[in-house]
Design a protein around this ligand. Structure first.
Ligand code: SF4
Ligand code: SF4
Length: 113
């Protein structure tokens, strides 16, 4: 298990797209092949950005910046616990591969006394 440390530097990287995870085998049955799926999704403005065969998942990214993203990429509701969505408070829960993200993750260490 990983423990998150650090604070959000408000780079805005995680606020520019909507990311969705779907069930891989069900989706591929509908579209027949990954190439067909990508073609259809491209027409609809959705990027297929990855997959996990092990977890039976496909990852979509839609280029829709958040309405609360300010001109300098800052979150306009960052300090407001009622207006900032829970998902945003919790993000990221694991390393997301974004170099700009200022959070760090370390393995949890157990101290047995
Ligand atoms: S509410 Fe703030 S943190 Fe959440 S996606 Fe929008 S701009 Fe980003
Ligand atoms: S990518 Fe990380 S540092 Fe940047 S806005 Fe999102 S949570 Fe904050």
């Amino acid at each position: 298990m990983l423990v998150r440390t650090g604070e959000c530097n408000q780079c805005g990287e995680c606020c520019k797209t909507v990311n969705i995870t779907v069930v891989r085998d069900v989706t591929l049955r509908q579209h027949k092949t990954l190439k067909e799926l990508e073609l259809y999704m491209e027409y609809r403005g959705i990027c297929v950005v990855g997959e996990s065969i092990e977890r039976n998942e496909l990852f979509y990214s839609i280029n829709i910046p958040c309405q609360q993203l300010g001109p300098d990429n800052e979150c306009k509701v960052h300090g407001d616990y009622e207006k900032k969505p829970l998902l945003c408070h919790r993000y990221p829960i694991e390393p997301d591969g974004t170099e700009k993200c200022s959070y760090q993750f370390q393995p949890m260490t157990l101290h047995i006394v």
